[in-house]
Design a protein around this ligand. Structure first.
Ligand code: 5GP
Length: 239
């Protein structure tokens, strides 16, 4: 997986780097806008983490939201990078104090997105990526209507089962439970703005990158035009 991943990421970066760089330069100099919340949801095993990492390679400037959870860390997970692993008590306190932009119970554990990092990113014009479930996505869309919600679809339920079993991090009971939840989650797709079928990873990251570019270029998001930059460009074109 390592070598394969390196291969596709590298080629994808080469393909997208030119456009992305130019877009970023243009967006920065021509207009200012608030940061965009990008939500990525998927049944577990749909390959969301790989997609998420792929998108990060193309857009290292997109911030990652680190959720709070009451579940224990899995092998290889790092506190503060993958999740803030907190106790049920701490979670309840944060909830009471209204510190979550959204929270949900997923597979028996509590998960929540802290409000403060989200609001800071939006205000500073930094885009932020949220890896959250369908309940959380609906709540974020309610509280932040300009958020962009993307649903990652596995090619089939059979493939989803194969991926979940191959991961080797969960016992069969948990896998069965997650498969049952996946069916319910798929029905929530109608509440999302976009869907991406994760059949082939580089193609799926490409679709996701297209969504990011389109949303960044939305005129309705512009807070202020930098007319001077526009004039300079027009002048240099004439020369
Ligand atoms: P996992 O435990 O496998 O990392 O995540 C289980 C599910 O919880 C995934 O669908 C993931 O997207 C979701 N999740 C992770 N963080 C949050 C969060 O902050 N809020 C909500 N609502 N769901 C989350």
């Amino acid at each position: 997986m390592g070598l394969f991943a390196f291969g596709w990421r590298k080629s994808l970066i080469v393909v997208l780097a030119g456009d992305t760089g130019t877009m970023k330069r243009h967006n920065r100099s021509l207009a200012t806008r608030p940061g965009i919340i990008f939500i990525l949801s998927a049944p577990s095993g749909a390959g969301k983490t790989t997609l998420y990492n792929g998108l990060r390679q193309v857009y290292p400037d997109i911030e990652l939201s680190v959720s709070c959870t009451t579940r224990a860390p899995r092998r290889g997970e790092l506190a503060g990078r993958d999740y803030r692993f907190i106790t049920r008590r701490k979670f309840a306190i944060l909830k009471c104090r209204g510190r979550f932009a959204e929270w949900a119970k997923v597979h028996d554990y509590d998960y929540g997105t802290l409000k403060m990092p989200l609001d800071r990113a939006i205000k500073a014009g930094r885009d932020i990526l949220l890896d959250i479930d369908v309940q959380g996505a609906r709540e974020i869309k309610r509280n932040y209507p300009d958020a962009v919600a993307v649903f990652v679809v596995p090619p089939s339920l059979a493939e989803l089962k194969r991926r979940l079993s191959g991961r080797g991090t969960d016992d069969p009971k948990i896998i069965q439970r997650r498969l049952a939840n996946a069916r319910g989650e798929m029905r929530q797709i109608i509440h999302y703005d976009y869907y991406v079928v994760n059949r082939q990873i580089d193609q799926a990251v490409g679709v996701l990158a297209g969504i990011v570019e389109a949303e960044r270029a939305r005129i309705s998001r512009v807070r202020r035009w930098r007319m001077e930059t526009l004039r300079q460009r027009t002048r240099s074109k004439k020369l």
